[in-house]
Design a protein around this ligand. Structure first.
Ligand code: TYM
Length: 333
């Protein structure tokens, strides 16, 4: 008997340009896993509006992100690619799960705490219940694995807690998912402030690389990257955060191990290393940028991808929605 393929789900908020962090931390893994799993990848526009967005920008960034997913190697024939708001089951199951999630456990989410500081004038209820919607995203597809960067691990853990609580009351409704993180690249740091995560909210200071950045801008950012007063290229995140971050990036872009990188730049100093790291990223991103630009010229094609993605996603998600509604006691329509 043919075994059912395991299921993967993941997503990215179209709230800014895709960054090198989200590429190395998430998308690169998505592409590597596409052949062996049944995969669902989305643009999480519902999550994006927890922070105020310019509507026209959100719309165009969502399409651009779709083009970038495909350009990065996600074949729409093999992966279900869709826009979160096109599949109403996310919000529907999200509401139910809100009633099985505790105020206390949401209050402990580090991302909520960070974002409340950054958006002090807009600490809305969506920002608070964000992880519940994310739990619904994952659980409605009965996902086994959720490939994410390190910062989303806590949200996958709370998803498991919510699912366990629900299952404990109603029987085995949800599969418990596991986070899946790359060995190298799960937490790419800012090139300017290596103690902070590289993040799309900090695009202007040279600390963040976007997938669409031009080669000369990428090279400039790498040459200006903050390191230390030492000269030795050595992996030591506690004492050499900047250099170690560049090593992660270079390793992830080229497949070279830390030991190989240390040997390659022994006695050469930081200048040569920064140039090599920058060039590796330029070459990594160039084909993605070029292909995405091409795809964006073909709006009909992109529309056909997200339309058929939504249909496929919805039919999978609807099965779980029905089960959930039945379990909690809703009258069938
Ligand atoms: P988002 O949009 O903030 O980030 C998208 C993905 O990129 C990873 N990532 C990084 N990895 C390494 N280093 C970095 N500097 C870096 N920055 C971002 C993130 O860990 C993430 O995997 N809540 C999610 C979106 C989401 C989702 C989901 C993910 C909504 N529903 C269901 C998985 C499953 C988010 O805001 O990611």
């Amino acid at each position: 008997m043919e075994q059912q393929k395991k299921v993967i789900l993941s997503g990215i908020k179209p709230s800014g340009e895709l960054t090198l962090g989200s590429y190395l931390g998430a998308i690169k893994n998505w592409v590597e896993l596409a052949d062996t799993y049944e995969t669902f990848y989305m643009m999480t526009d519902l999550h994006a509006i927890t922070v105020r967005q310019e509507p026209a920008d959100l719309r165009s960034r969502t399409l651009k992100q779709l083009a970038q997913y495909i350009a990065a190697g996600l074949d729409p024939e093999k992966n279900t690619i869709f826009i979160q708001s096109h599949v109403p089951e996310h919000a529907q199951v999200g509401w139910v799960l809100n009633c099985y999630t505790m105020f206390g456990e949401l209050s402990r989410m580090t991302q909520f705490k960070d974002k409340s500081v950054k958006n002090a004038d807009n600490i809305n209820a969506g920002l608070f219940t964000y992880p519940v919607l994310m739990a619904a995203d994952i659980l409605i597809y009965q996902a086994d694995l959720v490939p994410v960067g390190d910062d989303q691990k806590q949200h996958v853990e709370i998803t498991r807690d919510i699912a366990s609580r629900f299952n404990h009351i109603y029987g085995d409704v949800f599969k418990l998912p596991e986070p899946y993180m790359p060995k190298v690249g799960a937490r790419i740091m800012s090139l300017q402030e290596p103690a902070n995560k590289m993040s799309k909210s900090e695009q202007d200071n040279g600390g963040c690389i976007c997938i669409t950045d031009k080669p000369e801008d990428i090279m400039r950012a790498f040459k200006r990257a903050v390191t230390d007063s030492d000269t030795e290229v050595r992996y030591d995140p506690a004492n050499k955060a900047g250099v170690s971050n560049l090593m992660q990036i270079y390793s992830s872009a080229t497949g070279k191990s830390f030991t190989e990188i240390e040997a390659e730049f022994a006695g050469k100093g930081y200048g040569a290393f920064k140039t090599a790291a920058g060039e590796s990223v330029v070459e990594l991103l160039r084909p993605i940028r070029e292909k995405a630009d091409d795809l964006l010229k073909n709006k009909d094609y992109l529309q056909s991808v997200y339309k058929s993605g939504a249909l496929k996603a919805s039919s999978a998600a609807y099965k779980t929605l029905r089960k959930v509604y039945k379990k909690v006691g809703f009258v069938e329509r």
